[in-house]
Design a protein around this ligand. Structure first.
Ligand SMILES: [Fe+2]
Length: 280
């Protein structure tokens, strides 16, 4: 799991919500860590199931259209996420997955260096995570950023002395680069557009693999067929903290601590492209 970051289990028989949640606990922290809302159609009202759909009567629509990792608002994030397709849409609509060590390796040398001095601040909680980290099990360097929930990015000076916040244009460019690097994975073997078959359960290492809903996943049920998915999230096991004296959490809803640069709490945070949908 740590190496690949992505495993698919296929089944001929129906998988119920309890089976799926039990299998989710094979990974990482071995217990569920659930922070989401519970949709009324969730089986048994189980608070560990995040029920998603392209029809709001069946689940929460429109979630996660941009590259992200789950739980970026939690200091240790989630170690793993699970996706159980309860009902795949007839005309398709899957999830895109990209390996973030593959993406790091694909970066030009200058970006490997400059991104290693960047730290994202979550727009909801103010939790700070490094843009580049070493995976706690595989030891691979991975990039990590939420493209729909980032309120600021801190840059440490090359000599390690002093920090500043990225300005709007710099942050826009960073997000566009990040988006482009993960998209490039489709042509370079570190990303896939995964289409689910009925009963599929996918588990990912949330420190190694980014994901987003395919655009077709959010097309209407009338157009695409009804889609219903259950997601689970597993408790993190490692401190996913910034190095070198930065705090794990800042008051993103308070005044800009640097006096300049982007500092935007609430909602989806900084909008790096007005034209793209963003929703958590
Ligand atoms: Fe997600």
């Amino acid at each position: 799991m740590a190496g690949r970051g992505f495993l698919v289990f296929k089944s001929e028989r129906e998988i119920d919500a309890e089976d799926f949640l039990r299998a989710s606990c094979w990974w990482g922290g071995r217990e569920l860590h659930s922070t989401h809302g519970v949709h009324p159609a969730t089986p048994g009202g189980n608070r560990h199931i995040f029920r998603l759909s392209n029809d709001q009567r069946h689940g929460i629509p429109g979630v996660g259209p941009q590259w992200h990792n789950d739980g970026s608002f939690v200091p240790e994030t989630f170690s793993h996420s699970g996706y159980h397709i309860v009902r795949p849409a007839e005309k398709g609509g899957g999830t895109h997955f990209a390996h973030q060590a593959g993406a790091y390796d694909a970066l030009p040398v200058e970006l490997k260096e400059s991104w290693s001095r960047l730290y994202s601040v979550n727009s909801s909680s103010g939790v700070v995570h490094p843009l580049v980290h070493e995976h706690p099990i595989s030891g691979c360097k991975c990039i990590w950023l939420h493209l729909g929930m980032t309120g600021a990015v801190i840059e440490k000076a090359p000599d390690g002395e002093g920090i500043r916040l990225l300005a709007a244009e710099e942050l826009r460019q960073l997000c566009r680069w990040y988006n482009a690097v993960l998209n490039a994975g489709f042509n370079h073997g570190y990303a896939i557009a995964f289409e689910y078959r009925r009963n599929d359960c996918v588990f990912i290492d949330n420190l190694a693999v980014a994901h987003r809903a395919a655009p077709e996943a959010h097309a209407s049920a009338q157009e695409q067929g009804l889609r219903i998915m259950h997601r689970s999230t597993v408790r993190g096991t490692h401190r996913f903290a910034p190095d070198g004296g930065l705090p794990i959490q800042l008051d993103i809803h308070g005044p800009n601590p640097a006096g300049a640069g982007v500092w935007q709490g609430g909602g989806v945070g900084f909008r790096w492209d007005e034209a793209v949908p963003m929703q958590n």
